[in-house]
Every structure is written in structure tokens, then in C-alpha cells.
Ligand binder design. Structure first.
Ligand code: MD3
Ligand code: FE
Length: 207
């Protein structure tokens, strides 16, 4: 398990093919209950290129007027987010060992041309808890830097089934997704096929 930076541990292929398919079924269920939506940048109102939804007590979203935040309900249906699937709670326990369960699981769906600019995750009240990320489908070029935007960055390829845990000094490091890599080799598992090229799940404590 290479530590890509202090506090950032990469578990390549943590989920085998059967576990990836089981997870894809769970996430397809989540999307059926909480449809994918597009968040917008604060102030400019420009749409993000990633489509998203959430499960868990709280979900991350952003719009023009109120900006980045967590909400207990879907912005379009008004329904509470569906629960976090048990298999994700089990992965959280296994990889983070954190004594409290995740409160938010953000589901990011990337089309082949989607990306995510360099940013910090700082919309949470609790920076002590780690963040867990799981990837499905196409590889991506993930970028990881330091606590300042201008710090040196490294590129890491994330592949289907990979897990990453960001704790301690890595929790507030800048990161983003430069690009999705050609997806012909690793399509999304069947339950998610057609929605995009890559899915990333990010589990967090919020309060
Ligand atoms: C490092 N998602 O949703 S996952 C995000 O692939 C986000 O969808 C990306 O960045 C994605 O905020 C990257 C890896 C990740 C997630 C959260 C982090 C890396 C992180 C938080 C702190 C440091
Ligand atoms: Fe992030």
C-alpha cells in the first residue's frame, strides 16, 4: 500500500471484480432513488462537468447563490438521501478504523470529458476524520499537492477498484482530476454502464 504522501494511502485494486460489481449495483440503486444532478459554481453559476448524487444523512452540493455545502435532502426531489450501503460502511471501518461512521457519501459520475479542478475539501466541520475514496470504471489522472495551491503536485493514476484514504496531513491537501483516460479497457460495471466513464465515491465525516 504505497503512501503517495504523508497521510495519503493508496490501495490499488482494493475491490476485486466481484466486489466492484456488487458496489455498482448498490450505486445504481442509490441513483434510482436520488437522481444525478449538476452542481454549479458559487457566484458564477457555471455548471460543474461532473454529475453527482449522494447517500447518507448529508449530501454535498453547490449552487450559484448558496455555494458549497451539505444538505440533508436532494435539491430536485426534496427527498432525504438514501442510506449508505452496508458494504461501504464495512470498507470505511476496514480502511479508516475511525470510530464513527461516515455521514456523507458523494457519488461523482465522470463523462469522458469531465474533470475536477484543483481544490481543498473544507466544507466539513471536522478535519480530524479521514476521507475515503473508491473508484470504478475508467482510469483517471488524479493530481495531489500540498496545503497551498502553489505547492508542488504529483500525478497518480486511479483505476477501477482502487481505494485511497486521506488522513492527518493529507486531509487538507489540494487535489483534483486532470482527465479521464481512454475507457475502452475498463468500462463501468454493467449496472452503471451508460451513465458515464468513471464513478468516484467519497465518504466523509461532516459535523
Ligand atoms: C484528498 N473527488 O469529491 S477522489 C471530491 O475523483 C473529489 O471524484 C475526486 O475531490 C474524484 O471532493 C477525487 C480523491 C480525494 C477525495 C477527497 C480528498 C482526494 C482527497 C480530500 C482531501 C485530500
Ligand atoms: Fe475533493
Amino acid at each position: 500500500m504505497p503512501e503517495i504522501a504523508p497521510g495519503a494511502i493508496h490501495y490499488p485494486g482494493f475491490l476485486d471484480a466481484a466486489a466492484q460489481e456488487a458496489l455498482a449495483r448498490e450505486i445504481a440503486d442509490v441513483i434510482a432513488q436520488a437522481p444525478l444532478f449538476v452542481s454549479r459554481m458559487p457566484k458564477s453559476g457555471l455548471p460543474m462537468s461532473v454529475r453527482m448524487t449522494n447517500c447518507g444523512p448529508l449530501g454535498w452540493m453547490s449552487d450559484k447563490d448558496k455555494g458549497y455545502r451539505y444538505e440533508p435532502r436532494h435539491p430536485e426531489t426534496g427527498a432525504p438521501w438514501p442510506p449508505i450501503p452496508q458494504m461501504l460502511l464495512d470498507v470505511w471501518d476496514a480502511l479508516t478504523g475511525y470510530p464513527k461512521p461516515p455521514e456523507a457519501c458523494l457519488v461523482n459520475v465522470y463523462a469522458e470529458d469531465a474533470k475536477m479542478g484543483l481544490h481543498q475539501d473544507r466544507d466539513e466541520a471536522d478535519f480530524d476524520a479521514p476521507i475515503l475514496s473508491l473508484s470504478l470504471g475508467a482510469d483517471c489522472r488524479f493530481r495531489f499537492g500540498g496545503r497551498k495551491r502553489s505547492d508542488k503536485t504529483i500525478a497518480v493514476t486511479l483505476s477501477s477498484g482502487d481505494a485511497l484514504v486521506f488522513g492527518g496531513p493529507a486531509r487538507l491537501c489540494f487535489h483534483g482530476v486532470d482527465k479521464i483516460l481512454p475507457s475502452m479497457l475498463t468500462p463501468l460495471p454493467a449496472p452503471l454502464a451508460g451513465l458515464g466513464a468513471r464513478v468516484n465515491l467519497t465518504l466523509r465525516r461532516v459535523t
